[in-house]
Ligand binder design. Structure first.
Ligand code: ADP
Ligand code: MG
Length: 251
């Protein structure tokens, strides 16, 4: 993060231990301190088991750290009870999952507006149409997810994630289920949400090419921040991953 920038989200000395005290405990995160500037696009990488999912769950309020603090803008998540945390996730955090997680019985338009409905917020039908148009889904608004390609489903999930204008969007392997062309399209659209709409994105990925779309890569190893890289290229990311002992699949 550059000095003076207001972080959208900040982790301060965050640790997460799974399991009761004893032999079986796993320290999934160990003293992680990281800031994510408003309007930035960060990829999180690391070998399997390095703590990427745990980081994402703790940062997004899906799980609570064992120690340390997570601030969303100025809010310390530890001060919120479960109901308040659920409201915060609904209103101020967007999620994009590898498996899209669209509701199969709702149309694209209904899926996209669901978080606003759940939050009791008003829906601007023209804004929804415009957004779906930008994402190339104008003629798919009234289709069910099952009638869409993987790439189209993920673009609908992007629409759902950005419509609430969240403080942060967390994406967990958003291109993991897509072929190369659809993956590039989705990555370009995620990039656009940052560059044109000022959204903040934190994306977990195994793929150095996907990571190269971000402005910065944070590398985790054994639950700690092992390295960070600004203006990543796919080759530099792949080399850094190889040094961490987590060669990407197929290389
Ligand atoms: N619910 C859990 N209970 C026990 N151990 C867990 C749990 N979730 C993750 N772990 C362990 O924590 C470590 C980090 O896991 P995870 O955050 O899923 O890593 P990554 O997403 O980088 O593969 C791993 O050793 C994993 O086995
Ligand atoms: Mg994981």
């Amino acid at each position: 993060m550059l000095p003076g920038e207001r972080p959208a989200i900040r982790l301060s000395d965050v640790s997460k231990t799974y399991g009761a005290k004893g032999e079986s405990t796993v320290r999934a995160l160990n003293g992680v301190t990281l800031g994510f500037a408003t309007g930035s696009f960060t990829a999180v990488m690391g070998p399997s088991g390095s703590g990427k999912s745990t980081l994402l769950h703790c940062a997004s309020g899906l799980d609570r750290p064992t120690s340390g603090t997570v601030y969303l803008q100025d809010c310390d998540l530890a001060t919120l009870d479960e109901a308040a945390l659920t409201r915060l996730r609904r209103c101020r955090i967007g999620f994009i999952f590898q498996s899209f997680n669209l509701l199969p019985t709702l149309t694209v338009r209904q899926n996209v507006t669901l978080p606003l409905e759940l939050a009791g917020r008003s829906i601007d039908a023209a804004a929804v149409r415009r957004l779906l148009g930008v994402l190339g889904l104008s003629d798919r608004m009234d289709h069910l997810p099952g009638q869409l390609s993987g790439g189209q489903q993920q673009r609908a999930a992007i629409a759902r994630a950005v419509l609430t204008e969240p403080a942060v969007i967390f994406a967990d392997e958003p291109t993991g289920a897509l072929d190369g062309t659809a993956a590039r399209e989705v990555l370009r659209l995620i990039q656009r949400t940052v560059r044109e709409w000022g959204r903040t994105v934190v994306m977990v990925t195994h793929d150095p090419v996907a990571a190269s779309y971000a402005q910065r890569v944070v590398f985790l190893a054994n639950g700690e921040v092992a390295d960070t890289m600004e203006a990543p290229t796919a080759a530099a990311v792949a080399a850094a991953m190889a040094r961490l002992g987590g060669l990407p699949a197929g290389s």
